[in-house]
Design a binder for this molecule. Structure first.
Ligand code: SAM
Length: 239
């Protein structure tokens, strides 16, 4: 819907991440620090001169487009954090359904590869593969880190649940060269309880379903065990 103040944005690059699907991605980057990603800059922005000096910063702000969200937006949204029913204003949320579909993530910069164009190697990225990035800015802790800030209905990280691995899943991990980082990523993703919010009723009575979440190059099959008001996730297979 073009208004008198419409601005065209150009993608400066595209994300290749450990997340082939939106399902399962934690709500914020800091919740899964072992999630790896590469930001591949696009011509003409992939000039190594454009990132000269960036290696001196450990963290970056990425501005991006929620390209898998619909263009329409509504003034009220239902944050999963509030159980999927309560509504708040879209600008009081980090919803993916918002005007201009603009997202903002703080990620760790691991390496810059300028052998062929520019590829930024990142950690702790909550973006699905294919996400277009429209800007990069170095993070300035002295100006932006505000631990005293009030955070409304999202005052701390979501509850984290225990995760265990079946013998079969352990055997699959054992032969992988990225064993440790894949194990850490699986734990970091599952402990957020990625099941759809409307499965809440099942959280109370036990849930026999086997879910699948694609991470890196595998399909992680998991189920939820419920015992005396506690839920534990078991990775039953990694295929
Ligand atoms: N840190 C960003 C922010 O605050 O703007 C993103 C927060 S948003 C709640 C994180 C979610 O965005 C992820 O759980 C994932 O499901 C979704 N997501 C990631 N990449 C996306 C994309 N390209 N299009 C639509 N949704 C995306």
């Amino acid at each position: 819907m073009a208004s008198s103040h419409s601005f065209a944005l150009d993608a400066i690059g595209v994300i290749e991440s450990d997340y082939p699907d939106k399902f399962g991605i934690p709500r914020q980057p800091g919740l899964a620090l072992d999630a790896r990603a590469t930001l591949v800059l696009a011509p003409p922005y992939n000039d190594p001169l454009s990132v000269r000096g960036l290696e001196a910063f450990s963290h970056l702000w990425l501005s991006f487009i929620f390209h898998q969200s619909p263009e329409r937006w509504t003034p009220l949204v239902r944050p999963p954090r509030l159980g999927g029913n309560a509504k708040v204003g879209v600008f009081a949320s980090r919803s993916t359904h918002r005007p201009n579909r603009l997202g903002l993530s703080l990620v760790e910069l691991v390496d810059i590869d300028t052998r062929q164009g520019v590829r930024l190697v990142l950690r702790g990225c909550d973006l699905v593969s294919g996400t277009p990035v429209v800007d990069i800015k170095p993070y300035l802790p002295w100006a932006e880190s505000r631990p005293e800030a009030r955070a409304g209905f999202a005052p701390e990280a979501p509850t984290q649940l225990p995760v265990c691995f079946s013998a079969e899943a352990e055997a699959t991990l054992a032969v992988r060269s990225d064993n440790e980082s894949l194990r850490a990523l699986i734990i970091q993703v599952l402990r957020q309880d990625p099941r759809p919010a409307y499965h809440d009723r099942k959280r109370k009575t036990g849930d026999a379903r086997v879910y699948g979440v694609r991470l890196r190059d595998v399909d992680v099959r998991f189920c939820a065990h419920h015992h005396e008001n506690a839920t534990t996730f078991e990775v039953v297979a990694i295929v």
